[in-house]
Design a protein around this ligand. Sequence first.
Ligand code: ZN
Length: 261
Amino acid sequence: MVIRATVFGENVHENKNPIVRSIYPDGMHETIAAALREDAGIVSSTVTLQEPEHGLTAEKLAETDVLLWWGHVAHGEVSDAVVERVVERVWQGMGLIILHSGHFSKIFKRLTGTPCALKWREAGERERLWVINRNHPIAAGLPECIELENEEMYGEPFSVPEPMETVFVSWFQGGEVFRSGLTYQRGSGRMFYFRPGHETYPTYYDENVRKVLRNAVKWAYNPGPAWTAITDAPNVPVETALEPIEERGPRLHQAGEAGYR
Ligand code: ZN
C-alpha cells in the first residue's frame, strides 16, 4: 500500500526573498516532498497557494491520504471554502501535518479551536528537540535528541489544546522551551504539529527532520475508507428503534426530520 502525501507550500518567501530562494530554489514544498519520496512507501506531490483553489480541489483531497502544510505570511489569503474542505477531509480520516509557522494557519486554528500563539525570536539559535516519547512511531530511528544549529526560537506558552501525545520538547540556546511535536485526533483524522522549519535556515535538509516527516506521514495515514457520513446527524424514528419502544411525552420534531444546525 503506497501512501499518497500532498505538500501544500505557501510559496511566497521563496519568490520574494533571495536568501530563502537560495536555500530552497525549487520551493520549500519541493524539498519537503523530496524528503518523503526517499521512502518507497510514500508518493508525494505538491500544491501551492497560487494555484486555483490552492490546488486543493475536492478531487485532489479525495486522493490525498496525508496533507502537509507550510504557510506563514499569507495565512489570510487561504480561501475559507478550501479550509472547510480540508477540515471535513480530516474529520473523514485524512492525516494532516502542520509545519512550523502553520501554527497560525486557519486550518490549525479551526481544528484546535484555540489561539495557537507562542513566543518567537529570529536569532539563528541552536535548537535541541528532545525525544520524550521514545517508542512513538514518529520518533522511530531517531537519536536521543535532534540538534539544529540554526533555528528560530518558539517559546511556551503555546496556546493549543492539551495534545493526545507529546513526542518532542525543544530547548533553545536563549533559554526557552517548547512542545515541538504534538499529536491530535480530530474526527477520524490524525493531526501532527511539528515545529522546526523556519524559511531562512536549511532545516528541511536535515536528515533527522526528514525522517520525522516520513515517520509522521506513516503515523497519520488511515488505511480505512473515508468516513464520509461523519457530519450527518440522522433522526431515528420510534418505529425503527432496535427494541420496541413506546413514544412518551410531547415532541417538537416529525419522525425522520432533519435537525437544526
Ligand atoms: Zn519561522
